[in-house]
Design a protein around this ligand. Sequence first.
Ligand code: FDA
Length: 367
Amino acid sequence: MKQYDFVIVGAGLFGAVFAHEANKRGKKCLVIDKRTHLGGNIYCEEIEGINVHKYGAHIFHTNDKAIWDYVNSFVEFNRYTNSPLANFEGELYNLPFNMNTFYQLWKVKTPQEAQDKINEQVAASGITDPQNLEEQAISLVGTDIYHKLIKGYTEKQWGRKATELPAFIIKRLPLRFTFDNNYFNDKYQGIPIGGYNKLTEGLLKGIEVKTSTDFFANREAFQAIADKIVFTGHIDEYYDYCFGKLEYRSLRFENEVLDQENYQGNAVVNYTEADIPFTRIIEHKHFEFGKQSKTVVTKEYPCEWDSGMEAYYPINDDKNTEMFKRYRTLASEEKEVIFGGRLAEYKYYDMHQVVASALVRVKSIFG
Ligand code: FDA
């Protein structure tokens, strides 16, 4: 009999949920992570008594009551509602695009006036068969919303001109003809009271964990001590990049502590013009209605990804999708390794989706 039933590589949400459920069923688990902390990308670093979302702003949202109840069973969530703003050339606009935005853009006061304005601009563009992201966006929302609120932001995000980006990136651009700034349509949203680390601690309570421990530094040893490996790291690295390297977009974060209580009056302000190199400023205390005397703000700069950098957004174009499929075929033949989470599945997952996916996997294994 081996020392562990499972060695779980990665202490992010997928690994932590899996470990919790396996432990609950009497299985012996060891969770390792190469980072110096647990939690993966939901980790919060405390600065000036404020929980700073180290790997980008994280707002939990879901329509699934079971998932909401599940995460709330480890830590109570607050009633934070995401209502981001956009700053374009010094003017502020509400997001998502709604009657407040339309009033700010055109001074229109009724849904009909707003709809007429958009229809007029879409018709004037003459675009019937969009060939790129720019044409696609204009054909959906017209020129004003596109130029002020979409173009610069999207080009910074992807590091490419909107005319060089494929139309499929934007499938829909929801327009809301009510005065409603709540970004998510989901029934439940919020932030764990006391920060995301409380969620991770709750999930991993009573389970053996080792941080600053890279699976690949000691691969054979980990395989020797466990019946099964749950792998939530990079799938291409697992197979020694035999089909090539899967590509990502990355982000660079610049934190600043400011000696003032309130910098921007909102957690999230997007900067939608091309000339400002960051895409947004996050003021973390507002996620938890903080009243500390200082504040911490983070500027978020999208950037090219290279090995050694944090991989944030998979680039699901044809080349990478084909490469991933070849890795997935290899993975499906493994008997003793379970692959899951955003890096192993080369997929953008929201938190509620990754929790759901771990629970589905648990069910398929333990019944
Ligand atoms: P995650 O990356 O968290 O965990 C994987 C872990 O494996 C990492 O800790 C890594 O160090 C470890 N690892 C990798 N290789 C290893 C190795 N060789 N040895 C040991 N350890 C290894 N979602 C949402 O619902 N609302 C939101 O607002 C946001 N916001 C957001 C912002 C940004 C910028 C991004 C990129 C993502 C979001 N998300 C989000 C998505 C959210 O971050 C995501 O759903 C989860 O963090 C995914 O959890 P995983 O466990 O899959 O990966």
